[in-house]
Ligand binder design. Structure first.
Ligand code: DHB
Length: 392
């Protein structure tokens, strides 16, 4: 098959890119080793910045996000046994939308199918070749067992945090900037009504907890844990006791409990890979950078990446000048590093470092009090959370 752009990875980054390119009249082929079902069933984050919602709606992917997403005008920061509201609407005149990434994926996959997009799930033995030539290719075996070869002008690696495309950038040129964290998240889905009207980000002596939501009858919650924690050591009663202890306070706030239907330990790190272009290969989304989950920036960054990338690829192919591709990374990296800092900061503000000192704990509480007591502090948090980074 001949196409203009070959995309490795049919997650939100790859599918949104393919969709945006199609709107510019540019053909693409997207491949993924996973099945559509497998991607749909993987629980991911749930918060969309207003710009992400606008991209989905304005580009014609979905208006379901407007009907089924729920607009959140703020969050609660909880520490010292009390909640403190951060009012995004009042502080930065912006909101975020709770709409799970799995739904974003379904909308994108449906839109590609509706528009006749070429998306191949369930492929095997994917190999990207000739990225420094002018006819790079992707070789793979399709779901029916047929060996396929797609030749393109540009290849995009949107294949996630364990990207294989990224390793095609020679090690001598590649700089991977990484920060590890000494903790992970234990994430659950449960059948219960919401415990609070908005998301609650809680700091406690026992560690961080996040009370998120899904629907009227399904909730998503997380608590900080050891990266090597064994999920089987956590029956429902123990999970609820731990979560309740982390959100408890003099105000009597308590979680509404229900059967836990999904549980997993989610490891994370901060990473940025440069360059984001090598010859005809470009990296987007988690393949290029990952952030810790606090603040749910990952999907929003991936969508911002491909919005810029679609423009740059269209300009480069239109002008027949691949040097134009160099405009992509500097713009993307501006936002990526702002979001890196925000995600790192919100994580550090709320998590308990194992073996941390008494000084660390008290300083952290003082920082939290500063943030909520100061309008400048609350606004700074609101700008980052809603993706309205000042000056960007
Ligand atoms: C969710 C995940 C996050 O990391 C976050 O900051 C907020 C919400 C979620 O899965 O709902």
């Amino acid at each position: 098959t001949d196409t203009a752009v070959a995309v490795v990875g049919a997650g939100p980054a790859g599918l949104m890119l393919s969709h945006l390119l199609a709107r510019e009249g540019i053909d693409s082929v997207v491949v993924d080793h996973r099945s559509r079902r497998e991607i749909e069933l993987t629980a991911r984050a749930g918060i969309l910045e207003a710009d992400s919602v606008a991209l989905l709606v304005d580009s014609g992917v979905s208006d379901r996000v407007l009907r089924e997403g729920s607009v959140h005008e703020g969050i609660a920061l909880r520490f010292g046994g009390a909640s403190h509201r951060i009012d995004f609407r009042e502080l930065v005149d912006a909101t975020v939308t709770l709409y799970p990434q799995t739904d974003v994926f379904v909308d994108l996959a449906d839109a590609r199918e509706r528009d006749g997009g070429d998306v191949r799930f369930d492929v095997a033995d994917t190999e990207v070749v000739d990225v420094t030539g002018d006819r790079p290719g992707v070789l793979f075996t399709d779901a029916a067992g047929v060996e396929c070869e797609v030749r393109a002008r540009v290849v995009v690696g949107a294949d996630g945090s364990r990207s294989t495309c990224r390793s095609l950038v020679p090690e001598t040129l590649r700089e991977q900037v990484v920060r590890e964290y000494p903790y992970a998240w234990f994430g659950i889905l449960c059948d219960a009504p919401p415990s609070a009207p908005e998301l609650v980000y809680a700091r406690s002596e026992r560690g961080f907890a996040l009370v998120s939501q899904r629907t009227a009858s399904v909730q998503r919650l997380y608590f900080e844990c050891d990266p090597d924690e064994d999920v089987d050591a956590w029956p429902d009663e123990r999970i609820w006791a731990e979560l309740q202890a982390r959100v408890a306070g003099d105000d009597g706030f308590a979680l509404r409990e229900g059967p836990v239907t999904d549980k997993a330990v989610l490891r994370f790190r901060s990473s940025v890979c440069e360059p984001m272009r090598y010859g005809t290969l470009l990296l987007a989304g988690d393949a290029a950078h990952t952030v810790p989950p606090t603040g749910a920036k990952g999907l929003n960054l991936a969508l911002a990446d491909v919005r810029g990338l679609a423009e740059v690829v269209a300009a480069a192919l239109g002008a027949g000048d691949l040097d134009i591709l160099d405009r992509y990374a500097p713009r993307a990296l501006e936002r990526v590093w702002r979001a890196q800092h925000f995600s790192y900061w919100l994580t550090s503000l709320l998590h308990r470092t194992p073996g941390g000192s008494e000084f660390d704990a008290r300083r952290q509480l003082a920082e939290l009090r500063s943030v909520v007591a100061s309008e400048a502090g609350r606004r700074y948090l609101a700008e980052g959370y809603t993706g309205r980074f000042a000056g960007l």
